[in-house]
Design a protein around this ligand. Structure first.
Ligand code: IVH
Length: 687
C-alpha cells in the first residue's frame, strides 16, 4: 500500500514535469510512448486504489463528471478592469496623470512592461500550499463562478506549482483563450452538426468555460497565459525557488518558474517612446499570432511604485490598455437575406455595400439568429457597423440609429420559409428558427451536399451548382434519387459532358461501399457529426439496431461515450419521421448495407473501451506506406481507438510517414513530434 503511494507520487511528478515541458515550454523531454506507459501505470494504480487519486494527478485533466451548475464565489482579491487608451495622445495623458500621483516632474522616464492584451476571458486561480484549489471566472470582479473542474483540463494551468517552498496561498490571474485554428475547427464541427456557430474565439472560450461537462472542455483545448501574481507578504523562497519579485517583469519570470505559460512577447520598456514602438511593432506583429489580441497592456514595472500609484474606483492607475483600432467599418444595409441550412435553420444575413475589412472586401455578414436580430434593432436602410478579424466570419456589431432614415421599418425574420413558403417554427429554448418542411428545396439541397461531402459518402463531381440544377429541375427529390440518375440525363445538364456524367455515375455507385458510420453521418441527423456517428456506429452496428434503440430504449443511446440525451432525442425524432423511414428503405433497396461489415464489427469488438491501445492518441498520415493504403491505415488506427487528423501540431502523438512524405514530416520534426514508419505503426497496433 505505502509503496503504491510512493510510486503514485513519483509517477505524478514525472508526468507533470513532462507535460510542463511539452505544453508550457514547448520542449518535450519525454518520448510519447514512455509518457503513455507511465500514465497507464498511474491510471492502473489509481483504478486499483482510488484513494491514491489526488487533484493534481494528470489523470484528472481529462474532465470528471458533469456539474449541475456553478457556484458563485467571492474573489480573495477583487479583479479590476483596465482603463483604455485609444490613441497615443490618450496614452500620454495617462502617463502624465501617473507622474502626477507619483509626484514626479513631467517627462520623467519610468520603466514599464508592455504585454499583449489577449482577447480571451480572465481567470482567477487560487493555490493552497502549491495545489490548485479553485479557479473562478471574473464575474463582476468581486464574485465569479467556480469552474475548477473545467480549468483543470487546461494543460497550461499547473495543478501543482513547481516550487520547493510553495506559499500558503497564491492568487494568479491570467487569460484563458482558444487559438484561432482551434476555433475554426470547433465551428466546422458545429456546422457539420447543424449547431449555431460561435461568433469569435472569445465567445467560444467563454461558452466553453461555462460548460457543465468538463469532458467537453477538455476536448476544446483551451490555453492560458498568466500575467498577474499576488503573493502573501510572509513568503520566502526555498532552495531553487525564484526570488520574491519586485517588478512586474520579475513577477512574469516567477510565474514562469512556477510552471505557468507566460506570453513570450512581454518587454521591458524604458520610456513612452519605447511603449509607442512596442505598440506599433505589435500592430502588424499580432496578425501572425495564432490567437487574437486587441491591444497592448502597459504596466508600470516597479511593484513599489505600483502600490504608490494605487487604484481608481475600477482600475489601477499604474496600468492602461492601449487598444488597436478595431477591424470595423460602417456600411449601408442593402437587404436582409435569409439562408436556410440543411437542418432547416434559418440564418438572417445582412447584405450591405462592400467595404474593405481585415484584408478582404466584405458585403455579407451573419446576424446569427432572431434574438440577435432583435437585439440589434435593425431597420431598413440602416447604417451598420461590420467587424471582421482575421479568419473570423464577418458580423454586424451594431447599428447607428442616428443615421436611420425617417420612418424606416424594423426588420424581422419572415414568418414563412423564403424557399418553400411553409411556416417557420422556433422551439422553446432553441436559438434557431427552422423550416420543418422536409421537402423544402433548401433543406434538400443542403442534405444532398452533406451526403456527398468528404466526411460522408465522399462522392466526387457532384458540386453545389449541379445539385442546384438537379433540385430545381425536379430531377432529384431525395438522397435516394441520386442513385437513379442516368448518364445520358446528367450529360444533358449545364456544364456537364459525357465523361463527367459517366464518372459521376461510377462515383455514386462506388459510394455504396462506404462504411456504416459514414452512411450514418451522411444522413445529416441533427447533432450527429462525424465523431458521434463513429461512436454510434460502433455501438449500434446497423440502422435497424439504432432505430430499435431510438424508439424503445433511448437510454442505450445516451450510454454511449460522448453521446448525450439531446442526441438520443434527435435520433428518436429522426427515426419516427415517415419520410426518413422511406429513405432508409429506398437506400437498402439500392444496395446500401446501412450496417457495419463483418470486418468493421470485428475491429470494433477488439477495441472496446479501456482496452483500446491507441485511445487518446492522434495520428497524422503522410506519404505512401509500403503495404497499407491511407484509408486502411486510418481504419486500423481508429479501430484501435486512435484518431487521425489532417494536420500536424504539437498535440499530435505520431506522424506516420511513408515514401515521398511532404511538409507534414518536416513540421513533425520541427515540433519534435514522434515519427513512425509502417512497421512502427504495426508495432503500436499489436503491442
Ligand atoms: S492586467 C489590474 N494584462 O483585459 C490588472 N489584463 O480590459 C488587470 N487582459 O480583465 C489585468 N491581457 O481580462 C492584464 N496582459 C494582460 C491582459 C489583460 C488581457 C484582459 C483582462 C482584463 C481585461 C481588461
Amino acid at each position: 500500500m505505502s509503496s503504491g503511494l510512493a510510486r503514485a507520487e513519483e509517477l505524478r511528478r514525472l508526468l507533470n514535469r513532462a507535460a510542463h515541458a511539452y505544453y508550457v515550454l514547448d520542449a518535450p523531454d519525454m518520448e510519447d510512448p514512455v509518457y503513455d506507459r507511465l500514465y497507464r501505470e498511474l491510471l492502473d494504480l489509481e483504478t486499483a486504489q482510488p484513494e491514491l487519486i489526488t487533484p493534481d494527478s494528470p489523470t484528472q485533466r481529462v474532465g470528471g463528471a458533469p456539474a449541475e451548475g456553478f457556484e458563485s464565489v467571492e474573489h480573495r482579491i477583487g479583479l479590476l478592469s483596465l482603463d483604455n487608451a485609444f490613441s497615443l495622445e490618450e496614452l500620454g495623458a495617462w502617463y502624465g496623470r501617473l507622474l502626477k500621483v507619483l509626484d514626479r516632474e513631467p517627462g520623467t522616464p519610468l520603466e514599464m512592461v508592455g504585454e499583449l492584451k489577449i482577447d480571451g476571458n480572465a481567470l482567477a486561480l487560487s493555490y493552497d500550499h502549491g495545489l490548485l484549489v479553485r479557479a473562478a471566472t471574473r464575474g463582476d470582479g468581486e464574485r465569479g463562478e467556480e469552474i475548477t473542474a473545467n480549468v483543470r483540463t487546461i494543460r497550461t494551468v499547473p495543478t501543482r506549482l513547481l516550487l520547493a517552498h510553495p506559499p500558503a496561498w497564491v492568487e494568479v490571474r491570467g487569460e484563458a483563450l482558444i487559438p484561432d485554428a482551434t476555433f475554426a475547427a470547433i465551428n466546422a464541427e458545429r456546422e457539420a452538426r447543424g449547431e449555431a456557430l460561435f461568433a469569435n474565439p472569445r465567445n467560444a472560450c467563454a461558452g466553453t468555460l461555462r460548460q457543465l461537462d468538463p469532458k467537453v472542455v477538455a476536448s476544446r483545448r483551451l490555453d492560458f497565459f498568466a500575467y498577474t501574481l499576488h503573493l502573501p507578504d510572509d513568503w520566502h523562497p526555498g532552495p531553487g525557488d525564484p526570488a520574491r519579485p519586485t517588478t512586474q517583469a520579475e513577477a512574469l519570470d516567477w510565474l514562469q518558474a512556477a510552471g505557468f505559460r507566460v506570453n513570450p512577447n512581454a518587454a521591458r520598456l524604458a520610456d513612452l517612446t519605447a511603449v509607442e514602438a512596442f505598440f506599433a511593432q505589435w500592430d502588424t506583429g499580432r496578425r501572425a499570432l495564432p490567437y487574437a489580441t486587441d491591444g497592448v497592456v502597459v504596466k508600470l514595472n516597479n511593484l513599489r511604485l505600483q502600490a504608490d500609484a494605487g487604484f481608481t474606483q475600477k482600475a489601477p492607475r499604474w496600468a492602461i490598455a492601449l487598444k488597436y483600432a478595431a477591424e470595423e467599418a460602417p456600411s449601408k444595409l442593402l437587404r436582409l437575406a435569409c439562408q436556410v441550412g440543411r437542418t432547416g435553420a434559418v440564418t438572417p444575413v445582412a447584405e450591405f455595400e462592400p467595404v474593405p475589412l481585415a484584408g478582404t472586401t466584405v458585403s455579407r455578414a451573419t446576424l446569427h439568429n432572431a434574438d440577435r436580430l432583435a437585439e440589434l434593432d435593425l431597420h431598413a436602410g440602416d447604417t451598420i457597423v461590420v467587424r471582421k478579424a482575421g479568419e473570423i466570419i464577418p458580423e454586424v456589431v451594431r447599428v447607428l440609429p442616428e443615421l436611420r432614415p425617417a420612418g424606416a421599418v424594423r426588420l424581422e425574420l419572415p414568418l414563412v420559409c423564403p424557399e418553400c413558403g411553409s411556416g417557420l417554427v422556433r422551439e422553446e429554448g432553441e436559438a434557431a428558427t427552422r423550416c420543418v418542411n422536409s421537402s423544402c428545396p433548401a433543406i434538400l439541397r443542403g442534405a444532398l451536399r452533406h451526403w456527398v461531402s468528404k466526411g460522408a459518402l465522399d462522392v466526387d463531381g457532384l458540386g453545389a451548382k449541379l445539385i442546384e440544377q438537379l433540385v430545381d429541375k425536379g430531377l432529384v427529390g431525395s438522397i435516394a434519387d441520386l442513385y437513379g440518375l442516368d448518364g445520358a440525363l446528367l450529360a444533358s445538364l449545364e456544364r456537364m459532358g459525357a465523361k463527367s456524367a459517366e464518372n459521376l455515375v461510377t462515383a455514386l455507385a462506388a459510394s455504396k461501399a462506404q462504411p456504416w458510420h459514414r452512411q450514418l453521418y451522411g444522413l445529416g441527423i441533427h447533432h450527429v457529426g462525424e465523431v458521434n456517428a463513429k461512436a454510434l456506429a460502433k455501438a449500434f452496428p446497423s440502422a435497424a439496431d439504432l432505430a430499435t434503440a431510438a424508439e424503445g430504449t433511448p437510454e442505450l443511446i445516451s450510454a454511449v461515450y460522448g453521446i448525450g440525451s439531446e442526441i438520443a432525442q434527435s435520433l428518436q425524432q429522426w427515426f419516427a419521421t415517415p419520410a426518413n423511414q422511406q429513405l432508409l428503405t429506398a437506400l437498402e433497396q439500392l444496395g446500401f448495407s446501412l450496417a457495419a461489415r463483418a470486418e468493421e464489427r470485428a475491429a470494433s469488438a477488439g477495441s472496446d473501451g479501456a482496452e483500446a491501445p491507441l485511445a487518446g492518441q492522434t495520428f497524422v498520415l503522410t506519404g505512401t506506406l509500403p503495404n497499407l493504403s491511407r484509408s486502411q491505415a486510418q481504419a486500423l488506427i481508429e479501430a484501435a481507438g486512435g484518431k487521425v487528423s489532417g494536420s500536424v501540431s504539437k498535440k499530435t502523438s505520431y506522424v506516420v510517414a511513408g515514401a515521398e512524405a511532404g511538409s507534414k514530416l518536416s513540421k513533425a520534426e520541427a515540433l519534435g513530434v514522434a515519427v513512425l514508419d509502417e512497421a512502427g505503426l504495426q508495432e503500436l497496433l499489436e503491442p
